[in-house]
Design a protein around this ligand. Sequence first.
Ligand code: ADP
Ligand code: ZN
Ligand code: ZN
Length: 771
Amino acid sequence: MGARQTNDPAGPTPGEEPSAAAAWVDVWLEAGPEGRLFTYAIPNGLRLHRGDLVRVRLQGRPHTGLVVASHARRPEGLEGKTAQSVDALVQQAAIDPSWQALIEAVAHASHTSVFRCLRSALPPGWLGQHSVRAAASPQPWIGLETTDRAVAASAEGASEQQQVLLQHLLDQGGPRPLRLVCGVDGFSRSLVETCLRHGWIRRSTMAAGPQGLRQAAPTSSGRGGEAPRQPSPSQRQAIAAITGAGAGASLLLWGVTGSGKTEVYLQCAAAELAAGRSVLLLAPEIGLIPQLLDRCRARFGATVVEYHSGMGEGERVGIWRQALQAGSEGSPLLAVGTRSAVFLPLRGLGLIVLDEEHDGSYKQESPQPCYHAREVARLRASQEGAKLLLGSATPSLETWLRCRGPQADTRLLELPERITERPPPPVRLVDMRLELSEGNRQLISRALMERLQRLPERGEQGVVLVPRRGYRSFQSCRSCGAVVQCPHCDVALTVHRHRGGHEWLRCHWCDHRQEAGRRCGACGSSAFKAFGAGTQRVMEQLEDELTGLRLLRFDADTTRGRDGHRRLLERFAAGEADVLVGTQMLAKGMDLPNVTLAAVLAADGLLHRPDLRSAETCLQLLLQLAGRAGRGGRPGEVLVQTYSPSHPVIRHLVDGRYGAFLEAEAEQRHAGGLVPFSRACLLRLAGSSASATATAAASLAALLREPIDAAGWCLIGPAPAPVARVAGRSRWQLLLHGPAGSALPLPEGARLREGLPRGVSLTIDPDPLEL
Ligand code: ADP
Ligand code: ZN
Ligand code: ZN
């Protein structure tokens, strides 16, 4: 084997290789965090090109690596050595120049090496050392498909849920792997077993890999081919604007939940597919994928593929290969996925859609690269001449600002009304300060209690949001609602508690610290405490307070596994409980017609998070929650408990005027010189030794101070991270601020890492979401 100790990952200049004569290849292998190049001989009969994935041996172990260069003659430095040869070609042309350009742009923007970006973008386990399991030939999958008797199932007494499963399988146009049906599709094993017993479905074996997920021909027996809806006038306008937009255009589709955004995506996708171009449709959370897939498959059948972290490695590789063929040899595809799908190498891409574009889950925080799928999509659209469509009921301030002013680069399209023309449900406030002064110390106000208790007799259901993040995080006065703010910044101070029970307050923005007071500085009341009691305790307390009501809990603990979300929602939809109590996830994309009441236990936990974007994310969440009530025939109501009824976010929530909020918020951030009117970058250090990490943070700060000053940026810190120790690792951070649109005043990522002591890692997070 010819190990050439080079760390230059950028690959050769294009057009270098007279490939017919190539006898040697440089292969990039996972060795060390940044990968390394090694030279191998090409065995007779194999023709290799730059961009191919090959299997080789490194120190006796099988690896998959990327061919980055080829040579006709034995490279210098290898003369006289015995060279190993490539074992096999794994994937021809895995990487094409335009895709490589995208990865290089992402690497540049995120100050991360091309190798790390590649490894993060490619399907997991594809590049790198082989596990024994992955190297073995793939086992066939067990598939499920409907039998001829499925059509008669309803006559044979199939339950509603059973029929949903049958229809789902019919829509596939062929067998579907059992593990996906019971995984991401969210059907239970017992449901599958029952349908098998009745003979409505059967098992079959499927080849693992791409053929497995490639369905049979579309549009036989109602698979795909569902007719588009007759668009409303505003939908028609939006569709015309999108289909008529030029290559590389960006558009924002702003419409409340239920206004028909998805229908617009589908009709625009249809136009692209008909023109032979592929489409990417992204959702922020894996829990939203199944319903989106269902709607896409009903219309486009076998043209639809999925790609997300809920799938196994083999499945992801299969879809990746299929994407490589789309457009060139194959027919165009509609790929539905989460943020990692933004890298799917679909050729001939015509349209990228990001649904719920404001959602923070589009941002990857670790591992590196810290990318935002929206920004990658923007890069991709402009490089490949695709259109970018961002959809939301509550657009991010960033995207909204891009639609305004003389430099607007995004076109705003609006869907002002729900399709049903039913007005959004009214929002009512419960002033928890009054509750307290009238002697109610419970978590549930009397108004909310009364409404909850009426639900069962009316056959209606309610959802109660317990804001999890930020619980117990700030100090507030129960009598007057005052919250202790940082004297230097416009954020609430966070309560920290030492082991002895001693409490102190800290600003995560500027690192200001002070003692926690015993009395309210505004009114002198002694009802002045750390707010909140922890999710677990809140849940227990609710169970006490809500006797007689059947509760279901919906949070990270009760929705484990890939289908946890869906299963729990199914149980709730089936009427197993009167009230669904849960954390943030509750607000996302849930369509339950029987829900007439949506309530927030204490909005304050969201309002006063120590984050510059807390107002924006809070209002987005509350509006989303409000959208859950009254989706069926009966009118809904939203009840918000708060100690701060005059907080601007609460006022905008009651008015339901998100646009007015954005105006005010933009003005405020502009005045304060805050993002997006400035830029930020977070450098996160972590290490098992507290002192080594602290020292590394200090020397990194010393190293950076000069270039940062010179660029007109400023450096805050080093300071311990908001959560200063995680899993035994100490965490420190440096926060950088600078003018909007300016480049980060940082040397290359590799140079920054050079000086770090062993055991301390550095993550560079440009434009972090939480500040
Ligand atoms: P959103 O994505 O904005 O929440 P959807 O596209 O899901 O909205 O539409 C909400 C509901 O209205 C869906 O049940 C959808 O099938 C229906 N719908 C959307 N557009 C139309 C239309 N033009 N005519 C009739 N029904 C429609
Ligand atoms: Zn007070
Ligand atoms: Zn501060």
